[in-house]
Design a protein around this ligand. Structure first.
Ligand SMILES: Cc1ncc(C[n+]2csc(CCOP(=O)(O)OP(=O)(O)O)c2C)c(N)n1
Length: 575
């Protein structure tokens, strides 16, 4: 694998006040932000930038499509904790990253994204490859800039990194008209960041912390709902300490998986549409629901009318706009998840009497675990995920696409550690799994990275196999091939009387030939025995492998909360 971050400090530092070319300023600013990888794709409007990248020593990954580049940057950001950096050209290059921006925005991933723009003198004239990128992306970026004065470039870049990575992380876009990259200005990176309108709150109000502490002592049926905010704040250890000290059970959102060990006796599983019986029923019956770094997405809550009807809601979030947005909140606490948990741990922390509650939860766990019927005739996708867990010792970084396979990984991989899980939660972006694995592998080159994808989503971004080959990234790509857009097929079976309108894909490419075309090892399996052998061989292979598992085409994801139903109205629970 090529070395990431070989970049960067190869050049002499540039002194403040130096006259400099705009593109050089950009590269110098990235150096100062310790950027160790850029995901990008060149084109006319960014040629001045690419010209300066040439010979700069910066590590640049040439995606095969801009969407692949930005998803790779998201995977990199999620696993490294550092901002992902993207460059795309104007017009179609910029519009190709729109999905990734929306994805990063809703899943709170820090990105700094540079788009080329036509020259300032022709903006607004429908010039070649002109698109109003600021207009298009305003609602799906945390902030955006257009450089209008070359000497502003360093300040803007410095602010962009600050905004992307602080408070609730998100994508920041910088649109650079070609003349801003070509001309000269004065370089100054030392100025203080001065953003009076942007002051995220990290430390919670003590009165609110005390209120929550009192509520915990008085509760009889408390639960914690832990989301991605715990991972983003690196607060897993504090969460474990707090939950154990207070003896409070923990439920995860999809994006929060791994922030609390899934095999811990206090863990109840994932909540929501395909959550466990115990997690969903615990929310339904709880009298105190403590949400930490989660945003009450409708896939988690089900019908809000029936959501936690008996619970006092405490909501801990760094983004005040989230509090009370979907669910009325009795105890709002604005702050960074880790800092709030630290403050909670500093309180005396009287432990309530939850004996009966724990007895009930244990009985549910025992009686209604996740389940599927294994088969001797056909390979079950859940079995493949269980085998994947076995052959990776449950410690791989797993990325997924969107659909049934994503839910099976969430249910059956058993994430016991933080920062092993990369998925598109809020936007549900097919095509995310393979490119995000590239970024995840570059962020953590020592870990096994597995991209689990469906045969539908895989075909949306499979061209990024070219990057995997070029960089010799040892990513293992697992296709759970059910010859259909499985999740759509499932909904058509259940809600549309089996009218499978355009969800079956009988004409599949030959994935072994595809692997050969990309010079990647290809393995396939259609029985459990073959699956064992394929996974064993894949994990013993140093380089990349494409694994094609022909799985039961009609398998559905259960349990399921149908749209419009409450969490307590799950179907497909173990009989
Ligand atoms: C870009 C995009 N287009 C459409 C959808 C709607 N959608 C959600 S799941 C799904 C089916 C996915 O099929 P596949 O990738 O084969 O995975 P499976 O469900 O079979 O595991 C579709 C079409 C989506 N989430 N994203």
């Amino acid at each position: 694998m090529r070395k990431v971050g070989a970049n960067m400090q190869t050049k002499e530092p540039v002194s403040t006040g130096a006259q400099m070319n705009g593109a050089d300023m950009l590269i110098e600013s990235l150096r100062r932000e310790n950027v160790d990888v850029i995901f990008g794709y060149p084109g006319g409007a960014v040629l001045p930038i690419y010209d300066k990248l040439y010979g700069s020593g910066m590590f640049h990954v040439l995606a095969r499509h801009e969407q692949g580049g930005i998803h790779a940057a998201e995977g990199y950001a999620r696993i490294s904790g550092k901002p992902g950096v993207v460059i795309a050209t104007s017009g179609p290059g910029a519009t190709n990253i729109v999905t990734g921006l929306a994805d990063a925005m809703i899943d709170s991933l820090p990105l700094v994204v540079f788009t080329g723009q036509v020259a300032s003198s022709v903006i607004g004239s429908d010039a070649f490859q002109e698109a109003d990128v600021l207009g298009i992306t305003m609602p799906i970026t945390k902030h955006s800039y257009q450089v209008r004065n070359i000497s502003d470039m360093p300040r803007i870049i410095k602010e962009a990194f600050h905004i992307a990575t602080t408070g609730r992380p998100g994508p920041v876009l910088i649109d650079i008209p070609k003349d801003m990259a070509q001309g000269d200005g004065t370089f100054n990176y030392e100025g203080e960041i001065d953003l009076p309108g942007y002051q995220p709150t990290y430390f919670p109000n003590q009165l609110q912390v005390k209120k929550l502490t009192d509520a915990v002592a008085a509760a009889k049926k408390p639960v914690i709902l832990a989301g991605a905010g715990v991972l983003l704040s690196k607060g897993s250890e504090e969460l474990k300490n707090y939950a154990e000290r207070q003896n409070i059970p923990v439920i995860n959102t999809l994006l929060g998986l791994g922030c609390f060990p899934a095999d811990h006796s206090l863990h109840l599983g994932m909540a929501g549409m395909h959550g466990t019986y115990t997690a969903n029923m615990a929310i339904y019956e709880s009298d105190l629901l403590i949400s930490i770094g989660a945003r009450f997405d409708d896939r988690v809550t089900g019908n809000l009318k029936h959501f936690a009807p008996n619970a006092k809601i405490a909501h801990i979030d760094i983004d005040p706009a989230e509090i009370g947005k979907n669910v009325p909140t009795k105890i709002p606490i604005v702050g960074d998840a880790k800092e709030v948990l630290k403050q909670l741990l500093l309180q005396e922390g009287e432990v309530g009497d939850y004996t009966k509650w724990h007895e009930k939860l244990a009985a549910w766990k025992q009686e209604y675990p996740l389940w599927y019927q294994n088969s001797a005739d056909v390979l079950k996708p859940q079995k493949v995920v269980e085998l994947l867990h076995k052959y990776t010792n449950g410690d791989a970084v797993v990325t997924t696409d969107v659909g049934q396979h994503q839910m099976w990984v969430a249910q059956y991989y058993t994430f016991n550690n933080p920062d092993r899980w990369v998925t598109s939660g809020g936007l549900g972006t097919m095509g995310f799994g393979l490119p995000s694995a590239i970024g995840a592998q570059l962020a953590n080159k020592d870990k096994t990275v597995v991209a689990v994808v469906g045969d539908g989503g895989f075909q949306m971004t499979l061209q990024e196999l070219g990057v995997i080959r070029e960089l010799n990234l040892p990513v293992k790509v697992v296709v759970l091939n059910n010859q259909s857009l499985g999740m759509v097929r499932q909904w058509q079976e259940i809600f549309y009387e089996e009218r499978y309108s355009h969800s079956l894909i009988p004409h599949q490419p030959n994935l072994m030939k595809l692997a050969e075309a990309y010079d990647i090892k290809g393995l396939q399996a259609s029985t459990e025995e073959e699956a064992h052998a394929a996974l064993k061989e894949a994990m013993e292979t140093d380089g990349p492998v494409l694994l094609n598992f022909f799985v039961a085409p009609k398998e559905n994801v259960y349990p399921m909360v149908a749209p419009g139903k409450g969490l307590h109205e799950m179907v497909g629970v173990k009989p």
